[in-house]
Design a protein around this ligand. Structure first.
Ligand SMILES: CC(C)(COP(=O)(O)OP(=O)(O)OC[C@H]1O[C@@H](n2cnc3c(N)ncnc32)[C@H](O)[C@@H]1OP(=O)(O)O)[C@@H](O)C(=O)NCCC(=O)NCCS
Length: 150
């Protein structure tokens, strides 16, 4: 199901099934699966490298976009790793306004522009959330709801 959500969300950058399976055997990789009413509605894969959490992929089932689930998933991940890392990093297509808005709302800042980062030539923003910045992380904490409560 995670594979299918990823496939419907990403055209050129979709992960293969083998790619997702491989993640499960990597000790620095953590996989998150969000369920609602017994149905998988979202997922994320995060790499923990030293004190950094790299969000490698993240997605919500397309027909459920815009209901706050992406935000909830991100809050869950941040709270889960809050004690283990000092910052979150990710790359996002410059055209992905919905995701960029979500990340900015959560306190992420644009760190750099990665020129022609994607295979189709699109640029990426590298975005970063410094947990020591405190306030947004605190906001995430206050808004925390377990995805399984959704
Ligand atoms: C990005 C993604 C995870 C967001 O999930 P979501 O469940 O739709 O997110 P939310 O409902 O929590 O909304 C997040 C914000 O996007 C905003 N938003 C909604 N529709 C939007 C639109 N058309 N354009 C810009 N922003 C929009 C919402 O206003 C919301 O902010 P708010 O809470 O302040 O209102 C989801 O769209 C997705 O899976 N996209 C495809 C995969 C992807 O791009 N992943 C990120 C790669 S780095």
């Amino acid at each position: 199901m995670v594979y299918l959500i990823n496939k419907e969300n990403f055209t050129t950058d979709a992960w293969t099934l083998e790619g997702f399976e491989r993640e499960l055997s990597l000790d620095y990789s953590r996989s998150y699966v969000m369920e609602m009413g017994g149905q998988v509605v979202g997922y994320a894969v995060v790499w923990i490298i030293h004190d950094e959490a790299h969000i490698m992929t993240l997605g919500i089932k397309k027909d459920l976009w815009g209901r706050g689930l992406g935000r909830k998933l991100l809050v869950w991940i941040i709270e889960d790793l809050r004690q283990s890392v000092s910052r979150f990093l990710l790359d996002v297509r410059v055209s992905n306004l919905r995701a960029i808005k979500l990340y900015k709302d959560m306190g992420f800042k644009i760190l750099s522009l990665r020129y022609r980062y994607y295979s189709d030539g699109e640029n990426a923003y590298q975005m970063c959330l410094e947990l020591s910045d405190g306030d947004k992380g605190q906001e995430a904490k206050e808004g925390y709801i377990s995805p399984r409560d959704s």
